[in-house]
Design a protein around this ligand. Structure first.
Ligand code: ATP
Length: 316
């Protein structure tokens, strides 16, 4: 069990070190934060819609990537023939090294970019021809690192949901297992957080994002699992909250932890913008010499090594 919960990045599976990547992801999630755009941006949003764009109608929440080619720059193709389905109500995990194209897939789902070939659909509707607003409303996001405002914890949970009442916020906080923590704070839900207030841990910030997502209650959830080492306990706890959030919704996880991957209904293994393997954990580890099977074997070695090191260190 200890091994299963080791972060995959201990074996260099993920290097999210460049500032560039971080800024990019931050920006992407800021743009995607939901119905929370400043006034005026919404108009800009509509301007960017296709002329006859229709609101997305989510029936089951099935997502399909159909034969996608894509490059940010025509001279450099990033995704090559990417083709997969995220089944309604199921959890799809995407794994792969840095630069393999995981975040790019999410950007295409959110229609921040359009593929050069192929299409992305939600319940059969090409995301290119739906309104951006309806697309944003359909998808909830739990980013790796949530930006907090210098305001109260209630404001931070309710951010993007101006109509949420205090009772809604408390309910969302409960669902994200934040309620007890908040009740212990000096001013409870009115405690100020952020740079100039109480500093929250990575796990607590991610729980705020989970609470926001509960409040939004979208049919589709994207979870960008934190690569930074949360301690094992908070890591497992976050996964539980996430699982609860994912229940009954289509969810896509950019996964960095084996425990998440093992539980997924389907795993996509990305390498250099291609899906090199897909299937369930059991199927993938059974492939001799497979990419995923190698990751798993390495990871276990790493786990055993750390286990031994810990045992040695514990000896007087
Ligand atoms: P990581 O795990 O490091 O976040 P990733 O698998 O999410 O990586 P992507 O961010 O999707 O990888 O990047 C895939 C490729 O696309 C990389 O080669 C990257 O340099 C390139 N890329 C990403 N964003 C842009 C951009 N805005 N403009 C140009 N190229 C980009």
């Amino acid at each position: 069990i200890v091994q299963v919960c080791m972060p995959l990045n201990t074996l260099g599976f993920v290097f999210r070190e460049t500032n560039d990547a971080l800024v990019n992801v931050e920006r992407m999630f800021a743009v995607l934060a939901g119905d929370s755009l400043e006034h005026g941006d919404e108009a800009a949003d509509e301007d960017r819609d296709e002329p006859d764009a229709k609101p997305l109608i989510v029936t089951t929440g099935e997502i399909a990537f159909e034969n996608i080619d894509f490059g940010y720059d025509p001279a450099r193709q990033i995704l090559h023939g990417v083709d997969f389905r995220a089944k309604a109500g199921a959890t799809l995990a995407v794994v792969g090294g840095s630069g393999s194209g995981k975040s790019t897939l999410m950007r295409l789902l959110f229609r921040l970019y359009a593929p050069t070939h192929g299409k992305v659909t939600i319940d059969g509707q090409d995301v290119r021809y739906v309104t951006r607003r309806s697309l944003r409303e359909a998808i909830g996001i739990v980013p790796q690192d949530t930006v907090l405002f210098n305001d109260t914890i209630a404001y931070n949970i309710g951010y993007g949901h101006e109509k949420a009442t205090r009772a809604d916020i408390v309910r969302a906080a409960r669902a994200a297992q934040l309620d007890e923590f908040i009740e212990r704070l000096p001013d409870h839900y009115d405690t100020r957080v952020g740079e100039r207030g109480l500093r929250l841990s990575g796990g607590e910030r991610q729980r705020i994002a989970i609470a926001r997502a509960f409040l939004k209650d979208p049919p589709i959830i994207v979870f960008d699992e934190a690569t930074s080492a949360l301690d094992t306990r908070s890591e497992r706890a976050i996964q539980n909250e996430f699982r609860r959030l994912a229940e009954g919704r289509t969810s896509i996880v950019i996964a960095h932890r084996l425990s998440t991957v093992v539980d997924a209904d389907r795993i996509l293994v990305m390498e250099h913008g291609r899906i090199v393997e897909q299937g369930r954990h059991g199927e993938l580890i059974a492939k001799p010499g497979g990419v995923y099977a190698r990751m798993w074997a390495l990871q276990r070695e790493q786990g055993e090594l750390e286990h031994t090191q810990r045992k040695l260190a514990a000896k007087p």
